[in-house]
Ligand binder design. Sequence first.
Ligand code: FE2
Length: 240
Amino acid sequence: MVNSERRAFVKQCVASIAFLAFPFKNITFTKGRISPEFKFRLPALPYAFNALEPYIDSATMQIHHSKHHQAYVDKLNTASWSGFEFSEHLSALCKQINETSPAIIRNNLGGHYNHSLFWNLLSAQPDVLPAEFSRRLNAEFGSFEAFKTQFSEAALKHFGSGWCWLILTENGRFKICTTPNQDNPLMGIAQVKGKPLLALDLWEHAYYLKYQNRRAEYIQNWFSIVKWSTCEALLNGMEV
Ligand SMILES: [Fe+2]
């Protein structure tokens, strides 16, 4: 892909994911503050519920998106946002989460950001590793297979509900980490901080209908439907 094509592609991805997370046209807000009129919206899935079969089943996708993600959005809209500065990016709101943030915002903002990202990191068609992202993986982990092994081990070892991440750290390194519940590495309370480039939902609601207790099989199959082009777009500046 030549540079002009790559820029156009990234621009398209940015517009697409920004719209998915924030389709709030005609909503007004007070400068610097989230106003009472502001409403978070559930983004539409970029594919059909059954598009990820046989790796993720249709019933799981339907419940996960229209029940679980919808619930995070609904609860977020009941929260009091006193003290938060408005941003049109969920990522910028996540960065404002600290030890004193209300649990309703920490949990449901995390749930909204994490899932908005997760849907866009899944592809109904096989996706190839973009060259630059592949080069960075190889530089950090030695090979794609070594990265996959380390990521899978971290995801498997994580106790209970949470997320496994590949992040870009402040000093520009790739790093694998996990977070509990709906926390993410953007939050001020995260033990390991950075920009998410890849996210795997480890909550049982993401896989239990099909895989029951077989988290390792879910992780292995999930690698077959990762949309690597979104990882590179995130690396190149895309925000959710
Ligand atoms: Fe989930």
